[in-house]
Design a protein around this ligand. Sequence first.
Ligand SMILES: Cc1ncc(COP(=O)(O)O)c(C=O)c1O
Length: 456
Amino acid sequence: MINLKSIPSEKEALDSYEVENIFHSWSYQPSQSPLRVVSAKGVRFTTEDGRQRLDFSSCFVSHNIGHQDPRVVDAICKQANTLCSFAPSMSTKPRALLGKMLEEITPGDLSRSFISLGGTEANEAAVKICHQYTGRRKILSRYRSYHGGTATSMSLSAGDARNWAQVLGGTELVSVPQPYCYRCMFGKKYPECDLQCVKYIDEVIELEGGGDKVAGIICEPVTGANGIIVPPREYFPQLREVCDKWGILMITDEVMSGFGRTGKWFAMDHWGVVPDIMTMAKGLTSAYVPLGATIVRKHIGDQFKEQFFSHGATYAGHALACATAIRVIQIYQEDKLIENSEKMGKYLLEKAMELKDKHPCIGDVRGLGLFVGLELVKNRKTREPIMPLNAKIRPGMNPKLEVAKKLGELGMIAMAANPGNVIAMAPALIVTKDEIDEGVGIMDKALEVGDAYSEE
Ligand SMILES: Cc1ncc(COP(=O)(O)O)c(C=O)c1O
C-alpha cells in the first residue's frame, strides 16, 4: 500500500519527480524541473522562490478573467458541496442552464451543445457531428492551425460498436492555406489579392468532389498558437458563401479566440458570420476547471432528434464544471470584461507597434483585442524568418525561446511555446493600462535578445 507520508515532498524531491515521473507537453523533456507555481492572483503568479511575475499569456490563453477570483472559487465550492457530478444520461441543473446560456451568447441560431472537457474533445465532437450530419468523409482544415492533441480518438476504438461515425470512413483531411497576409502563399497583397485564399478553397472543394464528398471546413477565426493570424474582414463572409454554395459545414474553433479574447464574445462576431458548428473551451470556465463545448445550429441539432448521436463521455456535462462556467460567464458581463478587452486590446496593439519601430527583429505586429502577436524575423526587408519553421526547438537554439527565457528572468511570461516565430501577448481581460505598460516594458528589454539575431 502507498503511504503518502513515506513519499518525500520537499523541494528537491518534487524537482526529481517532475523530471522522472511526469511527461511535459509538446517539448523535449526537461533535464531540470520547471519553476513551481505556488499561487496566482489576477494577472500575476508567484513561484516557489517567492518571486512574483506577470502572466501575459493567461496560461495558453485560458485564464481570461484572471487568476483566483473568489466569486468563482465560491461557486465551485457551492456546487461541490451540492453535487460534483452525475452520469450524463441524467440531467443536472448546471448542465441544462449552461446549455441555454451558450445559446444566448453565441451568434445566430447556434443552440444545441455537446459539453465535454476541453478544446481537443470539443473539436473531436465537432468533426464527428459533421460526419454524422452530412454522411461525408472529407474535412478541410488550414495549414498553420491547431485544433487539439489527439488525432481522432475514435479511430483507435476499432471494432467498438459505437464508432460507426468513424467506420463510415474516418476523417479524410485536405489542407488549404490560411489568410496569412504577411506571408501570402499566393505572393499577393491585400486587398488587390481579391482574397485568392478563399477562391483557392472554393476550387479545392470542387476538385475534392464538392458537396458529395466534402463534409466541412474547420478554422480558427483568429489563428492562435500558429501565429495570431487575423483574417481580412471579407474573409469569413466570403468563406460562408463558399460553404453555402457547396452545402458544406463551417466549423469555427473558438477555443482560444472565444470568450472576449478578441474584444467580442466570439471572434466571428466581428464579421457577423454564423458558423454551423462552433467549438469552445479555455475561457468558458477561464480554466478554473476543465470544460469544452461544441454548439451547433438549430437545424443540425434538430436532425439529431431523429438520428442517433454517436458520441459521448463519462464526464460530458460535468456538473461542477458547468456551474463554474455559469459563474464565469456572469463575471464577463458583471465586470464588462469584453468591453475592457476591446479597449485594452487597442492600447496593447498600439504599444506593440511602437516596439516594432524600436526592434529590428520584429517583422510584423498583428492582433485583435487582447490577442497580439509579434512575428520575429532575421531580415525585415526579405522577411526571412528568425528561425526556419521546421527547425528543432532545442533549448538554447531558438531565438524566440531565448527571448521568452529573458522575459522569464525579467519577470513575465508570454505565449512562446508554440510553432513558428510569433510571441503572443494575451493578458487576462481584467488587465489595466499600467499593467500593459509594465508588460510591454519588459518585452521591450527582452527583445534585445532577438535583435542580436537581426541582420539589420
Ligand atoms: C484553437 C485551439 N483549439 C483547440 C485546442 C485544444 O484545446 P485543449 O488543449 O483544451 O484540448 C487549443 C489549445 O491550445 C487551441 O488553441
